[in-house]
Ligand binder design. Structure first.
Ligand code: UDX
Length: 433
């Protein structure tokens, strides 16, 4: 099939390369010439494990191309919308500028019976709006939400847990079944539904995941007040198959380009729909999440004798999660910046995210090596649980510190190993650990 993919960020670049891998002829369209040039040369402009190999395979096959010119996507019959829907700068609502620009770019090239397939996370009702604009061309609309996680994007695209098709017309169900034929043959469950349900599956999945994380972090607050241990509590909860162990890692909370903005946009949309009470709890989910960041700052300041002024803080981790170079709404950088504002010299290390972090937070210091960051530090903060940090021998770096105190804000380090190496170990939700 001839497909176009509009928007070549984390979602679109992965989708385009993976669709070419399934045997389709794919053209990726993006208004950013730097991104398009990189992809066309086989370079992924962000860190995503395994994507470079799929991209290169697609380019070599001749089935995958990239362009900045909307006219070049004429001839494709299925057009995937994969543009970003960030939070508006001055409100909690989703900013649909890129979605609108993508539709404007597509309108002149759409032909009768083409299918525009939304994958971006949007406020419920967007698909119907787009349909109203696209219908005069004779093209139709479907909604096919994407659930990929950064750091696992290729696997999540080629072997998803489920496929959801929001369609108005049974012809579009058939078109999407053809697009995803190899995945369906491999047994991927498929749900065919209406536009609203398809749009809601995505935002409600992210709201549920955010709720699970904030639930365990709320329990961490209670552990801090009672002497309980959140790591054991979480393990015990996760053994109940009705609860399950995933997304119950207590710590610094969620960040990134999806969960924080998606719950805010969902609340804003609920308000417009007159069902704000139904989602009022997401305000608490957001608040619990943000409180963990301040709590980590407070722990760090307390460990330095009550002041950050003139102290040196080593920070391990800048990405919003491991295996990603994405620093959008990164809890780690939020904490690092707050300690900088409080007067500390903050030295940050991250295996992949330093270039992005430096652009957004030029006032922080950055180092090449994890050990360089701890040189002369009064406290070490583990803020993103990269495996590189978990593997480091605490005995080797202890002499480099001014005071060997570590705050494990992701509950990722081996307490006994760090203690026996002579460290003062503190963690979130583990007052007695
Ligand atoms: C998320 C959804 O998982 C994915 O399905 C959707 O398509 C996009 O949003 P992503 O943002 O890539 O994916 O990251 P995810 O792995 O969900 O992690 C989100 C945040 O939650 C990270 O900051 C992570 O550190 C944090 N997290 C995750 C926890 O604090 N505890 C956990 O137990 C799990």
């Amino acid at each position: 099939m001839r497909l176009s993919v509009v928007g070549t960020g984390y979602l679109g670049a992965t989708h385009a390369a993976c669709m070419a891998d399934l045997g389709h002829e794919v053209i990726g369209l993006d208004s950013d010439p730097t991104k398009v040039a990189a992809l066309a040369e086989g370079r992924v402009p962000f860190w995503e494990p395994g994507l470079d190999a799929v991209l290169q395979r697609g380019l070599e096959s001749g089935r995958l191309r990239f362009t900045t010119k909307p006219a070049d996507v004429a001839g494709a019959t299925v057009h995937f919308l994969c543009v970003g829907t960030p939070q508006q700068s001055n409100s909690p609502e989703a900013d649909l500028t890129q979605v609108n620009a993508a539709i404007e770019a597509l309108l002149p090239v759409l032909q009768t019976d083409d299918l525009v397939v939304g994958k971006s996370t949007v406020p419920v009702g967007t698909a119907a709006d787009i349909e109203g604009r696209v219908t005069p061309t004779g093209a139709r609309v479907a909604w096919n939400p994407e659930f990929l996680r950064e750091g696992n994007a290729v696997e999540d695209t080629l072997r998803p847990d489920r496929l959801v098709f929001g369609v108005r017309d049974s012809r579009d169900d058939a078109i999407l079944r053809e697009v995803y034929a190899p995945l369906l043959e491999a047994g991927t469950p498929l749900l065919v539904t209406d536009f609203a349900t398809a749009e809601l599956v995505k935002v409600s999945a992210n709201a549920f995941l955010a709720t699970k994380i904030s639930f365990i972090n709320a329990m961490a607050e209670v552990c801090e007040a009672t002497g309980g241990d959140i790591v054991t509590l979480s393990a015990a909860l996760g053994m109940d198959p009705r609860i399950g162990p995933q997304f119950l890692r207590a710590g610094l909370g969620f960040g990134g380009g999806c969960l924080p903005k998606d719950i805010r946009a969902f609340m804003a949309r609920a308000r417009e729909l007159g069902v704000d009470e139904a989602l009022m709890f997401l305000r608490d989910i957001d608040d619990i999440n943000v409180r963990r960041r301040q709590h980590t700052v407070d722990l760090a300041v307390a460990s330095m004798g009550g002041t950050a002024a003139g102290r040196t803080v080593a920070v391990w981790g800048a990405a919003f999660k491991p295996n990603s170079d994405d620093v959008r709404d990164s809890p780690a950088l939020h904490v690092a910046q707050a300690l900088h504002n409080a007067g500390a010299r903050v030295v940050v290390h991250d295996p992949r995210a330093v270039p992005h972090a430096r652009t957004l937070f030029p006032q922080l210091d950055y180092t090449e090596g994890a050990a360089d960051a701890v040189q002369g530090a009064d406290v070490l903060l583990l803020l993103t649980e990269w495996k590189d940090y978990i593997d480091i021998d605490p005995a080797v770096i202890r002499p480099l510190m001014s005071t060997p105190t570590v705050i494990d804000a992701r509950n990722a380090l081996d307490v006994d190993r760090w203690r026996s190496a002579g460290w003062t170990y503190r963690a979130l939700g583990r007052p007695t650990a």
